[in-house]
Design a protein around this ligand. Structure first.
Ligand SMILES: Nc1ncnc2c1ncn2[C@@H]1O[C@H](COP(=O)(O)OP(=O)(O)OP(=O)(O)O)[C@@H](O)[C@H]1O
Ligand SMILES: [Mg+2]
Length: 276
């Protein structure tokens, strides 16, 4: 039997101004799979993520976390948010003030950890995000990409079992983007549940085990990357495109190469071309 991490049943949400951002979404996220929500701007990705740790409450439908329906009472939400951490798309919504060290300490301090434990968690998270050198800098003077890394460190420092990353790679330079992908892989390998949103089809193709495609607040499809990107009609409806590596792989397959499965990472393509 599969273990469901989250199950959404008939979830709809309308913002106070009247914009319906989610419409009758039913889906189930399997535990242990690197999960990607893929969708164009305004598809509803962030709105859906805010539902996963109870920041927003569905107008209709309900959500289960590990089989238990999310309840919107203080104690339940506090417990849920210790287990489910979200890195917001906009770091200015996540980071507060003071120095980088103070900001990243905020979560662990709130969990009631001792000073020494807090310090260890913070230093570990700063090292992971390659921002140890920024530890005494005021957060409001950092660049956008640096703020993004501070926001991620803030969530890592709390050691949640599920980490939800809303568009984590935007504003990162190529080196830090690659590092972040390595961090996501590492977190997954150490047993964390990783859920990511993006409109970057190349990243989604290389990273995801399961993909949910959103468009206009609806779930348009779910499946493995190979299934999702083999459907041009779906991609066009979702305002997305095929990943470059997927296209190259399809081309190579037509030429009689790579019959075993399309390469999903650059290194796999290089290897394929070298061995012929
Ligand atoms: N606070 C809000 N009040 C009213 N409407 C909102 C609010 N936040 C988002 N929306 C609307 O809800 C819809 C879904 O927005 P959402 O931010 O969830 O999309 P998204 O897929 O995360 O987009 P992006 O890729 O640009 O981050 C959009 O039409 C958006 O304009
Ligand atoms: Mg968003």
């Amino acid at each position: 039997m599969k273990n469901w991490l989250f199950e959404l049943e008939g979830v709809s949400f309308t913002y106070p101004g009247g914009v319906t951002a989610l419409q009758e979404i039913s889906l189930a996220i399997v535990e242990g799979k690197k999960t990607v929500f893929l969708g164009a701007n305004g598809a509803g990705k962030s709105t859906l993520f805010w539902h996963l740790n109870g920041l927003l409450r569905p107008r209709e439908g309900h959500i289960r976390y590990r089989g238990e329906v999310i309840r919107y009472e203080r104690a339940f939400l506090r417990h849920l948010r210790q287990k489910v951490g979200i890195v917001f798309q906009d770091p200015d919504r996540q980071i507060f003030a003071g120095t980088v060290f103070q900001d990243v300490s905020f979560g662990p301090l709130n969990l009631g950890l001792r000073r020494e434990e807090v310090c260890n968690c913070v230093m570990e998270a700063l090292a992971m995000m390659d921002i140890l050198s920024l530890r005494d800098r005021p957060v409001h003077l950092l660049s956008h990409g640096e703020k993004k890394r501070v926001a991620i460190a803030g969530v890592l420092a709390m050691h949640p079992e599920v980490i939800i990353f809303d568009e984590p790679t935007t504003s990162l330079d190529p080196e830090h983007e690659e590092e972040l992908v390595n961090i996501l892989e590492k977190l997954h390998a150490t047993g964390k549940q990783i859920i990511v949103s993006t409109h970057d089809v190349d990243f989604a193709y290389a990273f995801a085990d399961q993909i949910f495609v959103l468009g206009g607040g609806r779930l348009l499809a779910c499946g493995e990357p190979q299934e999702i990107f083999a459907d041009p009609e779906l991609l066009s409806r979702a305002k997305l495109r095929k990943p470059l590596l997927f296209e190259v792989g399809e081309f190579l397959r037509k030429q009689g190469l790579c019959l075993q499965g399309l390469p999903r990472k650059r290194e796999a393509l290089q290897h394929l071309l070298e061995v012929g």
